[in-house]
Write a protein that binds this ligand. Structure first.
Ligand code: T4K
Length: 419
């Protein structure tokens, strides 16, 4: 409870959480299940190269997502690159700027040009009207992102893609387990790419997959992830090494068993955040899809003018309290190198993206967080809003106190004196 501005940790008070709450902590697999699976891999002697555990993992993903093909790869970035390559794209690919930079980099790495479109203010996924403004005679595809697990309007995007003879592909890294009431993410468009990084709702520690109903695209992807090798003495094309190994696939199978439990907790956490944020003006929780359709892996809110302080000041206040919230995906792909300021990447203004990059905050969730902790976060937010003028003034004049465990804190202790 912060009864006065001086109680806030930025002003020298004790932090609310001595053990910090991270924005997310990887869900740790059941130890016995993981060790058993690892033991079986070691017993088999097959550690990688399309072994039986990778195949079991692929079959399990395809079945869960109700899609014909799942091609497992070593991470989400590789899933994107192989998917784009297997789709045979050329020229320009329209992508949102409001995404993890890997979405744009995957396009750029293939020698294609990512062209940034704006997002819808509500869903924060690609806005169809904005896509239309980015079209050129070099456009070959739309690469949409189901950001924060919000499914894109796939029907509308497909219609647009068909009208202009474009391919439609998805970065589904945030959307494992999300559905629109009928279909799960994974079977929309020509193909979808998933990240199974440790921070994702379902993870292999590091891993990813391409999912598709297109048999030929799946075949090309399989070939590409294994150097283009078709047999002991035959190589068909210039592939890469995108293979998932057996140990990571084993971790992925454990991740799949835990998925219902993780999604359930995430949804409970989302409901708790709704309760604490609903009465608080100036901070608005994003919830687009019904709770039972989202994996709720990201708790995203927008900090507006009524909150009394900027998103960045609020982040500083929270971090000092041990609430390590984040400001994904600031500065936005179009403001990062090698894209910043190039018209070929950004032919249009991106006002919604620019606003969201300044105002979005992601709050801690996952198995590490419970309703009681969210109530304490709510109380801090309430007091921060109440004392916003005092906190802002203090932040502007005094270097903030850092939480003892904050990895973002400057390492040199003399920094506070120098600043
Ligand atoms: N497309 C999209 C839309 C994506 O979001 C991503 C990845 C990709 C494509 C590419 O997929 P991959 O090639 O990565 O498979 C993370 C992840 O590194 C990245 O995978 C993810 N998106 C991105 C959104 O976030 P950070 O900057 O959040 O990582 P970090 O280390 O700060 O971790 C976040 C929190 O989790 C921290 O509070 C600490 C905690 N943590 C993290 C790790 C890795 C742990 O407690 N233990 C851990 O082992 O990047």
């Amino acid at each position: 409870m912060k009864a006065a501005p001086a109680d806030f940790a930025v002003l020298g008070g004790p932090p609310e959480f001595a053990e910090p709450l991270m924005v997310g902590r990887p869900a740790l697999p059941d130890r016995d299940e993981l060790l058993n699976r690892i033991g079986a891999v070691l017993d088999s002697g097959q550690l990688t190269n399309d072994g039986p555990v990778v195949r079991e993992f692929e079959a399990a993903i395809a079945e869960y997502l109700n899609v014909r093909h799942a091609v497992a790869v070593c991470n989400g970035t590789m899933a994107l690159q192989i998917m784009l390559k297997a789709a045979g794209l050329t020229g320009e690919v329209i992508v949102p700027s409001l995404t993890f930079v890997a979405t744009a980099h995957a396009v750029e790495w293939l020698g294609l040009t990512p062209v940034f479109a704006d997002v819808d203010p509500h869903s924060q996924t690609l806005d169809a009207a904005s896509i239309s403004k980015c079209l050129s005679d070099r456009t070959s595809a739309i690469l949409a992102v189901h950001l924060w697990g919000n499914l894109c309007d796939a029907e509308r995007l497909q219609e647009l893609a068909d009208r202009h003879g474009l391919q439609l592909l998805f970065d589904a890294s945030h959307a494992f387990g999300c559905h629109d009431g009928q279909r799960l993410a994974g079977s929309f468009g020509g193909a979808e790419a998933f990240s199974f990084h440790a921070t994702k709702v379902m993870h292999c520690i590091e891993g990813g997959a391409i999912t598709t109903n297109d048999e030929r695209l799946a075949e090309r992807a399989r070939l590409m992830r294994n150097f283009g090798i078709t047999g002991l003495s035959s190589i068909e094309s210039a592939g890469t090494n995108g293979k998932l190994n057996e140990l990571n696939a084993a971790a992925g199978l454990c991740g799949l068993s835990m998925l219902p439990q993780i999604i359930e907790r995430n949804r409970q956490n989302l409901a708790s955040y709704q309760t604490v944020l609903q009465p608080l003006p100036g901070i608005e929780l994003m919830q687009v899809m019904p709770a039972e359709q989202t994996n709720a892996q990201y708790v995203v809110a927008e900090v507006g003018p009524d909150f009394g302080m900027s998103r960045d000041d609020l982040l500083a206040v929270l971090r000092a309290e041990g609430i390590f919230a984040r400001s994904y995906f600031n500065p936005g792909c179009h403001n990062a190198e090698p894209y910043a300021g190039h018209r070929k990447h950004q032919p249009i203004q991106l006002p919604v993206t620019e606003r969201l990059l300044r105002t979005l905050i992601q709050l801690p969730t996952g198995l590490q967080v419970d309703a009681a902790q969210i109530a304490r976060i709510g109380s801090i937010l309430q007091s921060a809003r109440k004392w916003s003028s005092e906190l802002k003034r203090a932040l502007a004049t005094t270097p903030p106190e850092w939480h003892p465990h904050d990895p973002a804190a400057p390492r040199d202790p003399s920094w506070q004196k120098v600043a």
